[in-house]
Design a binder for this molecule. Structure first.
Ligand SMILES: [Zn+2]
Length: 58
């Protein structure tokens, strides 16, 4: 089952979304996106926990 994520779900004003086969694949995509588009957002353990909490089954 595929996993999906969108920045809007963690309260970031950004409509980017991604999907992957596994949660880890999605998290990797999010890390690359964040580094490019949200360099001001610090990827703290708390934020990454929130991110994993909003990743949905597609
Ligand atoms: Zn974004």
């Amino acid at each position: 089952m595929a996993k999906t994520y969108t920045c809007l779900d963690v309260g970031v004003d950004c409509t980017w979304s991604t999907s992957g086969e596994t949660e880890d694949e999605v998290v990797t995509n999010i890390g690359e996106h964040a580094a490019e588009v949200h360099p001001d957002v610090e990827l703290t353990p708390e934020l990454m926990a929130a991110v994993r909490g909003v990743i949905k089954d597609a």
